[in-house]
Design a protein around this ligand. Structure first.
Ligand SMILES: [Cu+2]
Length: 151
């Protein structure tokens, strides 16, 4: 009987750990992931919607994949021409959706060494504050990539 307090203490700390990991996991969620593979060795592109459920601003500082090198890109108007530019981070305002879409912010996929159209691409989203989020994205329709120009 004297071992019971120790056991229940362990149980309480386990519950606390569980609660911690659940709330941490909910900080930033990623939806609507879409991968458009590039044609003839051109870079692919990833779209998604990131929701910062936390109470403070955060930033996406990188996306890692064992299959490819991934850059954060944005579009900006310069000399009356829309160009893509690499950025170090995307700011994620609290309680707000950040949308990666065609013609806007997006993820550029380089050197895709991957068995195309078979297994999904594994991704790890890294943030300034929130714990990293792992996700997978399957190959979508590559015919649409023609509209996306890369400079
Ligand atoms: Cu780009």
């Amino acid at each position: 009987m004297f071992r019971l307090p120790a056991f229940s203490q362990l149980w309480v700390s386990m519950l606390a750990l569980l609660a911690l990991s659940v709330s941490a996991r909910a900080d930033i969620s990623i939806h609507d992931l879409e991968l458009r593979a590039g044609i003839d060795g051109r870079p692919g592109i990833i779209f998604a919607r990131l929701t910062n459920n936390g109470a403070r601003p955060d930033s996406l500082v990188g996306v890692d994949s064992p299959h490819a090198r991934i850059e954060l890109h944005t579009h900006e108007m310069r000399d009356n021409i829309m160009r893509m530019r690499r950025v170090d981070a995307f700011s994620l305002a609290p309680d707000t959706d950040f949308v990666l879409k065609s013609g806007g912010h997006h993820l550029m996929v380089f050197d895709l060494a991957h068995d195309e159209h078979k297994s999904p691409l594994r991704l790890t989203f890294r943030f300034e504050h929130a714990p990293a989020v792992r996700a997978e994205v399957s190959h979508g329709d590559s015919h649409k990539t023609g509209r996306h120009k890369h400079h």
